[in-house]
Design a protein around this ligand. Structure first.
Ligand code: GAL
Length: 379
């Protein structure tokens, strides 16, 4: 009799362990994939790329047997926090979060308390020690590409201090940590030319984002294009009134197109005499602008690849495996700081961006980044 009781106790204990691990999504592959919910919180939709990111993340998660829900925060962190709380209430086992600002930290702490894994998606969650993973592109390299676009577009290697080129500077949202990496990458290319006097800055000049006072003066709250357009109009009427600008450092495509719009309304720049204007995200309207000789360059960050890599990482985390993400390298050496939240250095997985000018628009086209109708206009 005693033997039967002992066997029963052992069987019951084993059963509860398997149920618990399945519920935690710890070791169960099918259990984790079959029923686990992945909550996907994207920051906004006014920058088109996030619509693609949300759709790709959901598709990739469902491909691997997960349930997936996408929410867009409309650049309002309070709204995004409510959405994330909703995911936690529904029992999400993992969150993929593209935050708006570090006001997200309170719900990231809630997720940690509930043992829900969090992946910071394309934007580092600053000031938090409550998560372990970040996946993005090499954002410093994105900025270097923007700087190289201006270097190439103005042929700075041959410029002289006797007849300098003129540039004005814009940065992304001050609440988006990426903005500092983009800006510092670009200035790592441009500062040597400014030091030599062959490139002159019109308007505020932070040498790097560490000059916070001047960085804030060129930053663009929540990446809002109307703010960039108004600031460019003010520059054209004031600081840049008596010079012809040769370049504008624009941190992404939505701001680039707003800046170009302001320039085209100024007689100095109409009729094809636009400054070299940079961008990133390879948005269709900007790819078309580059093809038509207006915007000078953009950076292709294949968000389909980023989304696939993020879900592969999520799947490995939920299955308790040591992450090894194809197509993404774990930041190390000087790049480790990309994962520094100020409270913890999280594991940062970096994908490679690609510089796009009128000579290689075929790259995002051939990657299937656009609709057929859009691709036809770019060929
Ligand atoms: C950044 C992102 C860029 C661009 C920008 C505007 O965080 O890395 O690709 O999308 O946001 O939303």
């Amino acid at each position: 009799m005693k033997k039967i009781c002992l066997v029963l106790i052992i069987l019951l204990a084993a059963g509860s362990f398997v149920f618990a691990s399945g519920a935690q999504g710890g070791s169960g592959g099918a259990a984790a994939g079959g029923s686990a919910l992945i909550g996907i919180a994207m920051p906004e939709t006014h920058v088109l790329r996030w619509q693609k990111d949300g759709a790709s993340l959901k598709t990739e998660a469902e491909k691997r047997g997960y349930r997936a829900e996408v929410a867009f925060g409309d650049a309002d962190q309070t709204q995004q926090n409510r959405q994330i709380q909703g995911f936690l209430t529904q029992g999400a086992k993992l969150l993929v979060v593209g935050n708006i600002n570090d006001g997200v930290n309170s719900v990231i702490a809630d997720a940690a308390r509930d043992k829900v894994a969090v992946i910071a998606y394309d934007r580092l969650i600053m000031g938090s020690a409550d998560y372990d993973y970040y996946i993005t592109f090499d954002n410093f390299k994105v900025g270097q590409f923007q700087g190289q676009g201006i270097e190439q577009g103005l042929n700075l290697a041959s410029a002289t201090a006797a007849s300098p080129k003129y540039i004005t500077l814009f940065a992304g949202s001050p609440t988006d940590n990426n903005s500092k990496f983009f800006f510092d990458g670009a200035m790592s290319v441009l500062n040597p030319y400014i030091d030599k006097g062959v490139l002159k800055v019109v308007g505020p000049y932070p040498k790097t984002s560490a000059d916070n006072a001047n960085f804030q003066r060129i930053a663009t709250e929540n990446w809002q294009a109307p703010l960039a357009k108004t600031r460019m109009e003010n520059l054209l009427s004031n600081d840049a009134r008596d010079v012809v600008l040769d370049a504008v450092l624009a941190p992404n495509d939505t701001l680039a197109r707003a800046i170009i719009e302001a320039c085209l309304a100024d007689a100095k720049y109409a009729g094809g005499k636009l400054p070299v204007v940079t961008g990133q995200d390879a948005e269709f309207d900007s790819a078309l602008s580059i093809k038509n000789g207006q915007q000078y360059m953009t950076v292709f960050k294949d968000t389909a690849k980023l989304a696939e890599a993020a879900v592969i990482l999520a799947d490995q985390i939920l299955k308790g495996q040591t992450p090894n993400v194809p197509g993404a390298s774990l930041a190390s050496g000087s790049l480790t700081s990309i994962g520094d939240t100020g409270r913890k250095v999280v594991k940062a997985y970096l994908l490679e961006p690609v510089i796009i000018t009128k000579n290689n628009i075929s790259v995002p086209v051939n990657a299937g980044f656009y609709t057929d109708a859009e691709a036809a206009q770019l060929r």
